[in-house]
Design a protein around this ligand. Structure first.
Ligand code: FPP
Length: 248
């Protein structure tokens, strides 16, 4: 089975999972955290190099205050409870998004956890928090705009590598595979630049129900896909024969 170097997941369906059981939505999120814990372990075991989880979008700030507070609470508890396990298992924690918008207590634990695990190299666990791809791209363009305004760069010299370097995700490879749960077939402002060539996989399973079996099904489907990066199948065979160099 082909193992993606970078797996990104849109964890959708917590609310519906709870509503189907006539439970408050927050219990769906709580169950969702249990799935996070299980899937992190599975990814580590499978040898996935980087797992990015869409935990809270820029748009999620618009949810009822009660739900936002509950989600922040779950995130804080997760970080406090899981940090030692994350560290012991050699996982490096990262986060992308407008982290300064998070409650102070959360951004503090987050920063500390990122620092504490920065030397680990078994797997990157990248949390997208207060994240929106258009916002990330806008901030990247502001960085490059400032470089030009200050005379350190010329507009014509901007390369794809410069844009990549200005993104929150710099240093991690583009996702090879995106999984979205709950049957919705949208990207929802997630890693738009980075997913230019990602394989997309949608499953009906709601995130709290997403299990090792669902993950393996997704990886089996991914293994059957032929990633051509804009080339023909014949060219790709030649490229692979010559050491696997990829071109866009
Ligand atoms: C989508 O379900 C899920 C979210 C908006 C939040 C995801 C968060 C967690 C799983 C918990 C916190 C994460 C970590 C890493 C500790 P939804 O509420 O949109 O579901 P619905 O579409 O069924 O309403």
């Amino acid at each position: 089975m082909q193992i993606p170097q970078h797996l990104a997941i849109i964890m959708d369906g917590n609310g519906r999972w709870a509503e189907q059981r006539h439970l408050p939505r927050i219990l769906g999120h709580r169950k969702g955290v249990e799935t996070v814990q299980a899937i992190v372990g599975e990814c580590l075991e499978l040898g996935i190099g980087c797992l990015t989880l869409y935990a809270f979008s820029s748009e999620n700030w618009g949810r009822p205050q009660e739900e936002v507070e509950a989600l922040m609470g779950l995130l804080g508890t997760f970080l406090k409870k899981e940090l030692s396990q994350i560290n012991d298992r050699g996982i490096r924690l990262m986060a992308v998004g407008e982290l300064h918008r998070l409650p102070k207590s959360i951004s503090k634990i987050l920063k500390e956890s990122i620092k504490k695990t920065s030397g680990n190299d078994r797997m990157v666990l990248n949390l997208a928090l207060s994240y929106g791809s258009r916002n990330e791209l806008t901030r990247a363009m502001q960085v490059l705009g400032r470089e030009i305004a200050d005379g350190r760069m010329q507009a014509e010299q901007i390369t794809e590598a410069d844009i990549e370097a200005a993104l929150d995700t710099h240093g991690i490879p583009d996702p090879d595979l995106l999984i979205r749960t709950s049957g919705e077939m949208r990207i929802s402002n997630f890693l738009l630049w980075q997913m230019a060539y990602s394989e997309l996989y949608f499953t009906e399973a709601l995130w709290p129900d997403f299990s090792r079996e669902h993950l393996l099904q997704a990886l089996e489907e991914y293994s059957r896909r032929q990633r051509r990066f804009g080339l023909t199948a014949a060219q790709l065979r030649d490229t692979n024969a010559n050491g696997g160099e990829k071109s866009h």
